[in-house]
Design a protein around this ligand. Structure first.
Ligand SMILES: Cc1cc2nc3c(=O)[nH]c(=O)nc-3n(C[C@H](O)[C@H](O)[C@H](O)COP(=O)(O)OP(=O)(O)OC[C@H]3O[C@@H](n4cnc5c(N)ncnc54)[C@H](O)[C@@H]3O)c2cc1C
Length: 228
């Protein structure tokens, strides 16, 4: 109802219904209405998805940006915080925690649910596959939600091209938890963890897993700057 009142039946059926059901793995009628409210709707010929005046990614990609920020800092990757929690908790006066909040509190109020993704990559022997970095497939018959053609993020002119098909999947233990599922049940569980987190004095809980919240890059960067 929320979607139909926003865009009408035709656009709902062509663009929203199948895509939403693929993305969330449930019937569109079972997805909370606020998710649809997030859809940018406007009456113009601008075919960008977002309304933002400036859109882009850092030149050279995010790795380059992050490497620059971290220069001179000791960094250890591939280490699970929970592999030696007491050690990491005592390492500094303040801890910034960006992992799953339910895991941090040993799942005492129950587990939060997530959506996950499966990526299927292919190198194609042609310079250009789809002419755009992202093409979404909105119908329910196509099993993937979108194809990314990476070179177009940086206007690449290589003779070959790498594409990735993205499949939305139910999250299971040991999968990467990509998206929080902010329905009422999960939000209620999260609120209980947040109450504990708010009482911590030397721990900053930040990001999509620790705050159980969907962030875009510009939003998480803004949030980090604010907290800093
Ligand atoms: C498929 C996909 C596509 C996206 N596309 C866009 C887009 O086009 N535009 C856009 O603006 N945003 C996009 N986003 C969102 C963007 O990726 C997020 O906004 C951003 O990464 C959030 O930053 P974060 O710091 O909250 O979380 P993350 O980047 O996930 O950082 C959390 C960090 O904590 C680490 N961590 C977690 N648990 C542990 C642990 N137990 N021990 C040690 N380390 C741990 C993780 O390894 C990770 O490095 C996309 C997200 C996904 C999943």
């Amino acid at each position: 109802e929320q979607a139909i009142s926003l865009v009408g039946k035709d656009i709902y059926e062509i663009l929203i219904k199948g895509y939403t059901e693929k993305q969330w793995g449930r019937k569109a009628t079972e997805v909370p209405a606020f998710i649809i409210k997030r859809l940018p709707v406007r009456f113009t010929f601008d075919n960008n998805y977002f309304n933002d005046r400036y859109q882009g990614i850092p030149i050279g990609g995010y790795n380059k940006l992050i490497e620059g920020l971290l220069e001179g800092t000791e960094v250890r990757t591939g280490i699970d915080f929970f592999s030696d929690r007491p050690y990491f908790e005592l390492l500094a006066d303040t801890l910034v925690y960006t992992g799953k909040i339910d895991e941090f509190y040993r799942y005492q109020f129950g587990k939060l649910a997530y959506r996950s993704l499966r990526f299927e990559e292919e190198i194609l022997d042609c310079p250009n596959y789809q002419g755009n970095a992202v093409v979404n497939y909105t119908d329910a018959e196509v099993p993937f939600t979108r194809i990314i053609e990476h070179k177009h993020f940086e206007f690449g002119i290589q003779s070959k091209t790498v594409i990735t098909r993205e499949y939305s999947t139910e999250w299971k233990e040991n999968d990467e938890p990509y998206y929080p599922i902010n329905d009422h049940g999960n939000n209620d569980v999260y609120r209980q963890y947040k109450e504990l987190a708010d009482k911590e004095e030397n721990i900053i809980f930040g990001g999509r897993l620790a705050e159980y919240k969907y962030y875009d890059m510009h939003q998480i960067i803004e949030e980090v700057l604010k907290r800093f």
